[in-house]
Design a protein around this ligand. Sequence first.
Ligand SMILES: C[S@@+](CC[C@H](N)C(=O)[O-])C[C@H]1O[C@@H](n2cnc3c(N)ncnc32)[C@H](O)[C@@H]1O
Length: 218
Amino acid sequence: MRLRKKAWAKPLIDDYTDRIVITKLDFLTNPIRDVFKNNNKLVLEIGTGKGDFICGLASRNPNVNFIGIEQVETVLAIALKKVIDQELRNIKLIRVNANEMLNMFDTKEIDVIRLNFSDPWPKSRHEDRRLTSPEFLKMYHNILHDDGCLIFKTDNREFFDYSVEMLKENGWVLEDVNYNYPLTENNEDVPTEYEKKFRNMGMPIHYLKAVKGDKNGA
Ligand SMILES: C[S@@+](CC[C@H](N)C(=O)[O-])C[C@H]1O[C@@H](n2cnc3c(N)ncnc32)[C@H](O)[C@@H]1O
């Protein structure tokens, strides 16, 4: 369901731009580690939604940096409110479409990429919008550290099967594939908004963890 645009969203984002919300310009002038002013591990969540996941993990892991990418202004603003309220200093949010990512991050700069309940785009003519399509996997391969990993959770079995197939076809190694992933709430994982909704409906959650097969480049 589409969220109605909220009048307060843009002013809030503007107010926190350069502090919590960063823009593409920041990437032109600084490596992302300079934005955080430390060398901590970097986790990138693509399609952050309303921020429960990123805030939950960031509060449990104060020595890890988190970047959330979300393309919808009002949704990003809701996540931003949570970051402000919880006074989390290890999160930066970016309002951008993920397909612009390659120009933003340096090669092998990211330690973990998290995809949570990404839009499945079931029609084949929309395949290139799926966040596990070959084009996106190529991008992830480029920005992910050799020892890094990609973690994906979804309720959608078809999208999950497609993603497993694409990862294998594109040379990734699947370290974990779980078709009935248990509710996990610890330093490594917390439930997202969509996850809570689907678990309440009794639906199984699918989970995978993949690492780069060819670590020297695609
Ligand atoms: C189905 S929701 C899931 C939200 C959240 N991750 C969760 O699990 O509750 C997908 C989110 O990803 C965002 N999104 C989808 N495609 C994106 C893209 N290409 N770039 C940035 N954000 C995207 C959508 O705007 C939406 O907020």
